[in-house]
Design a protein around this ligand. Structure first.
Ligand code: SF4
Length: 712
């Protein structure tokens, strides 16, 4: 903590958008006497971000002073929401959840945001396996495919790509200048040193404009490109023979398998030229060390796990794993090198017989249940359990800092489920379409209002996130909320023991730092972020964290559960190509993008992000617009087999003529109706709740959905 005078302090922390993977360093100027944040700026001394901070990070503190911020628990009554005390709120929560435990079983209670330790610990305390994550909606396919291949996730997290030291950077379906600006700074630095940048995206996004090679691929066909690149690289002997020989399993089978995936075949599938495919394969393989990053554009199709397996295979055979300038394996702090994150997950792992009851464990065994990678339930199955009580009833849903009405496929189904269950409890800062449907709303502290910790096992640093200001009196930290609910459930006899491990967030932080060891929270606050030296080729000592200890190009684990053991291409089941009878009616692909001030569905309702009455813009190619009589700024309707919503036309020649691009996560709080305008603007309303799902993780297709566009 740096002190200018007694009242004004400069405090180092990390950007509070903790589900943005950039984790950029922040210096906050705080008037301690007035309990007020005065200024937020980038931390120039942060080992990773070096002073960079994007508009989201600069402005998020304004949420603390938002006029609509929840400051008291709110209980739904027949005449609307009524303020209640915390004592009453804890009593209501314990009773309503306890009734579900008594009448059904703990697994009839689910939570969203399982990545947050207080939420996951609550589920362990009540013994329910249905802690939903949203990872299936963004990068769950990569988080499954990567560990299946080399035992770690190295293609999507910040700093798992060693961009700064790369000579070639491959970005697929990701626009880092907007989605993860901190990482884009690293790429720009590498390009100054001569690195080549390849961007694959249906839209000439900001990253594509800076690329040495830009490939405008057909949505959903990235896996075909990766397989053809593997074909070329093996055929031309451009792979890393030494790495393949010593560290990979199944190369001979792969070699035979990819013969079918020729550049000619891939050109037809991807709509790229044969020359482009051969060129990108050679560029990636011969300019090493090379790093790869995918993102939602790759991960949100109903064929994405195999796509991610194909890219994982590509980087493996080129020897770009855990080398300087490649994709790095996680490296915890000295003494804990093997750990990816603070080691609390083992403390909250459920017994095997409980995990076996996870919703979707039989259908998606590599996503849900004790044999899976993610150990999270299948979200559409849980929503089905809420609506139809099958395969078992789901009766209570706790949503922490999240907005499933906006983020899940098919908002109507989500709302139907929320209205059907016995109890919906939402922990939030400010209102959203999700909190509007709650039975009980609990106001939580902002990340700047409690002590927390951030560790990057890829960037090799740890930082304190000390409390900057006191929260409004009625707001609580989620650890305290869950502890109190579990305690009350125990007192009332709904559960036998209070197994919730921490009474407040600070207890969690202290335990994570090793409880009483030399590196305690106070030291960390004084020192600022602490970095450790990255090590490369760590697998030489310990092998890979796969069953064989090697890179599994051929995955017996996948084979055991009936999946293709080698990376394979299947057309996405929801495209006009796979459903030609619908192709004439819906000839376009609907993809989505993030706008700079948004993170996921967070943005609407914040005055620095969105003007009142503003509609999201749909990017459309001039030819496609002309054919439909559409001009810049016209109101248009986007229609899919699931429904239609209005957007505003933005003519953009940098998008494929067969593709349009909308904005994800947009709603209109100023409308103040029950729907908050989400029916007018939520592109996920146009996605299907039903299969086809990605066969491995069970995600619905939410990119490249077939659609038509008309002028209103
Ligand atoms: S890119 Fe923006 S939102 Fe993400 S961590 Fe950095 S400052 Fe925060």
């Amino acid at each position: 903590m740096m002190s200018d005078n007694e009242d004004i302090k400069k405090i180092k922390t990390i950007c509070p958008w903790v589900n943005c993977p950039s984790y950029d360093g922040i210096v906050a100027t705080v008037d301690v006497k007035k309990n007020k944040i005065i200024k937020i700026e980038g931390d120039k001394e942060h080992p990773q971000s070096k002073g960079y901070v994007c508009p989201k990070g600069l402005n998020d503190w304004q949420v603390i002073y938002h006029p609509d911020r929840f400051k008291k628990p709110l209980l739904r009554t027949t005449s609307g929401f009524k303020e209640i005390s915390w004592e009453e709120a804890i009593e209501v929560a314990a009773d309503r959840l306890g009734e579900v435990v008594k009448k059904y079983t703990p697994k009839s209670i689910c939570t969203t945001m399982s990545e947050w330790p207080s939420v996951a610990s609550f589920m362990k305390a009540i013994n329910s396996p249905n802690a939903m994550t949203n990872r299936d909606l963004c990068q769950g396919t990569a988080e499954t495919a990567d560990p299946l291949t080399y035992g770690d996730t190295i293609t999507i997290y910040r700093s798992s790509q060693d961009f700064k030291n790369s000579k070639c950077i491959l970005l697929v379906g990701t626009n880092l200048p907007v989605s993860c600006g901190g990482q884009w700074q690293d790429i720009k630095a590498a390009m100054k040193n001569g690195a080549k940048l390849i961007v694959v995206d249906p839209r000439r996004c900001e990253a594509a404009k800076a690329a040495d090679l830009y490939l405008q691929i057909r949505p959903g066909s990235d896996g075909a490109l990766a397989l053809a690149m593997i074909n070329v690289i093996i055929k031309e002997n451009l792979y890393d023979e030494e790495f393949v020989k010593n560290y990979c399993l199944g190369f001979d089978k792969l070699k035979e398998h990819v013969q079918q995936y020729t550049p000619e075949w891939a050109a037809e599938v991807t709509s790229l030229s044969i020359d482009e495919i051969v060129k990108v394969a050679r560029m990636y393989a011969t300019n090493g060390p090379a790093s790869y990053r995918g993102n939602n554009g790759v991960c949100q199709h109903a064929n994405s796990t195999q796509t991610c397996r194909s890219f994982a295979t590509l980087i493996s055979i080129c020897g770009n794993i855990d080398v300087k300038g490649g994709n790095r394996l996680a490296q915890g702090p000295p003494g804990k090198e093997g750990s990816e994150s603070p080691d609390f997950w083992s403390a909250i792992t459920l017994d095997k017989e409980i995990e076996e009851q996870t919703m979707g464990a039989e259908r998606f065994p590599l996503w849900a249940g004790p044999n899976s990678i993610m150990r999270r339930p299948h979200n559409p199955s849980l929503i089905n359990g809420m609506i139809h009580n099958e395969p078992y009833p789901v009766k209570a849903w706790i949503i922490f800092w999240n907005n499933p009405v906006m983020s899940y496929a098919s908002a109507r189904k989500v709302i139907e489920a929320m209205k059907k269950i016995n109890f919906l409890m939402v922990l939030a800062y400010t209102p959203s379409p999700t909190s509007d449907l709650a039975d009980l709303i609990l106001p939580i502290k902002h990340t700047y209002e409690f002590d927390f910790l951030m560790m990057s096992s890829y960037g090799c640093w740890v930082s304190a996130m000390p409390k900057l200001v006191d929260a409004p009196e009625g707001c609580r930290d989620s650890f305290q909320i869950f502890y109190d609910i579990v305690e009350k459930m125990k007192q009332k006899g709904y559960i036998e023991e209070n197994l919730f491990p921490w009474k407040k967030s600070r207890d969690f932080v202290d335990e994570t730092l090793g409880g009483g060891g030399p590196l305690n929270f106070e030291t960390l606050c004084k020192m600022g972020p602490i970095a450790w030296r990255p090590k490369y080729k760590k697998y030489r000592r310990k092998g890979f964290r796969t069953p064989s200890g090697k890179v599994e190009l051929y995955s017996e684990r996948m084979e055991k559960f009936g999946y293709d053991p080698l990376p394979t291409y299947h057309e996405c089941g929801d495209s006009a190509r796979s459903l030609p009878h619908l192709g004439e009616r819906y000839p376009l692909y609907l993809t989505t993008r993030r706008v700079h001030n948004y993170l996921l569905t967070r943005g609407s309702g914040y005055s620095w992000v969105q003007k009142e009455g503003q509609y999201p813009e749909l990017l459309i190619h001039p030819t496609t617009a002309n054919e439909r009589g559409i001009k810049e700024g016209d109101m248009i309707t986007v229609e899919t087999p699931k429904g239609s919503i209005p957007h505003k036309a933005k003519i953009f020649e940098g998008i494929r003529p067969d593709t349009v691009n909308g904005v994800y996560g947009w709603w209109m709080p100023e409308k103040k109706s029950e729907e908050n305008g989400y029916l007018d603007t939520n592109v996920n309303f146009l996605c299907s709740f039903y299969p086809p799902y990605d066969p491995v993780i069970g995600i619905n297709c939410i990119q490249g959905v077939m659609c038509q566009v008309r002028k209103i």
